[in-house]
Design a protein around this ligand. Structure first.
Ligand SMILES: [Zn+2]
Length: 294
């Protein structure tokens, strides 16, 4: 399966969508902003276990977020490493200033990049954690950030506003390798053994750039999908998958999970979680951005 047309918005329109508020008066804008603020304040109180299935018709379109800004994620600065932890493959940066996220559903806070890791399974049709409109993908990448009002990821991870995780789907196709993803698939072949680490190009996240600049993302309040499953995550999920080749995904299945090297990491996906019936599932869809008046 390729694109998604549930929103009636194609990928190219999504990036270039015109602002919708230019003709509105400041007064009506303030009322709308207040209502939107109340909605978001309430929304932040409802946390769920993750992952969940995302359905567009069950989400609330929201036009009042500031633009979600990625700072430095694909810059060629400092150094980066790629590590086989025995459970996943993890990218970390060593820089004077780590990449950070601002805007969108994150209020006035700044969230600092901690690491990016991957989920995959033993086939190309089930390696993601979140499901979108009944569709699964080959892999899911999670860019984990922590709120910089806390001193570290460890301190932030159990706070309600502690973490922001940006999720990207990867879909294996019969087409050629994704050239931007090649830096990682070359490096992953050097970390086959558990607890090994290699250096990787500092600009190894260029493959997320196009999706990350798109306005159409889903956001909800959820949890870590690995132990201890803390409900401290603002999830930001881009529904359009990034295409890679089948071989590029297959490289990840070669990673060993044990020192004896008999066991490979072939499924690190948490099953879908069902929200309790008394809790209303609150997924917002950031359709467009609020016009900035300052
Ligand atoms: Zn994850």
């Amino acid at each position: 399966m390729t694109g998604f047309d549930v929103t009636g918005v194609s990928k190219s329109q999504c990036v270039c969508e015109p602002e919708e508020f230019e003709s509105e008066s400041t007064q009506s804008q303030l009322v709308e902003d207040h209502e939107a603020h109340v909605l978001v304040a309430e929304w932040r109180l409802h946390k769920f276990q993750s992952p969940i299935e995302l359905k567009h018709e069950e989400s609330i379109s929201h036009d009042h977020f500031e633009p979600l800004d990625f700072h430095g994620h694909w810059d060629k600065l400092g150094e980066a490493t790629f590590e086989n932890t025995g459970k996943t493959a993890v990218i970390r940066f060593q820089r004077d200033e780590l990449p950070y996220l601002r805007g969108g559903p994150l209020h006035e806070d700044t969230y600092v990049f901690e690491q990016l890791h991957f989920h995959w399974s033993d086939d190309d049709n089930s390696g993601c954690e979140h499901i979108f409109e009944g569709q699964a993908f080959s892999m899911e990448a999670h860019a984990v950030h922590y709120n910089n009002k806390y001193a570290s990821f460890q301190e932030a991870q159990d706070k309600p506003d502690g973490l922001a995780v940006v999720g990207f789907f990867l879909e294996a196709t019969d087409n050629a390798d994704n050239p931007c993803f090649k830096k990682l698939t070359a490096a992953v072949q050097h970390i086959i053994k558990v607890n090994t680490l290699t250096s990787v190009a500092a600009d190894c996240l260029t493959w997320i750039r196009e999706e990350a600049q798109c306005k159409g993302y889903y956001t909800y309040q959820g949890s870590l999908t690995t132990e201890p499953y803390l409900e401290s995550v603002t999830w930001i999920l881009y529904p359009t998958p990034i295409h890679v080749s089948r071989q590029q995904v297959a490289h990840f299945r070669e990673l060993k999970s044990t020192p004896c090297e008999k066991v490979k990491i072939v499924n690190n996906v948490r099953p879908l979680q069902t929200p309790p019936s008394h809790k209303k599932l609150n997924i917002l869809y950031a359709r467009s951005h609020r016009k900035s008046f300052d």
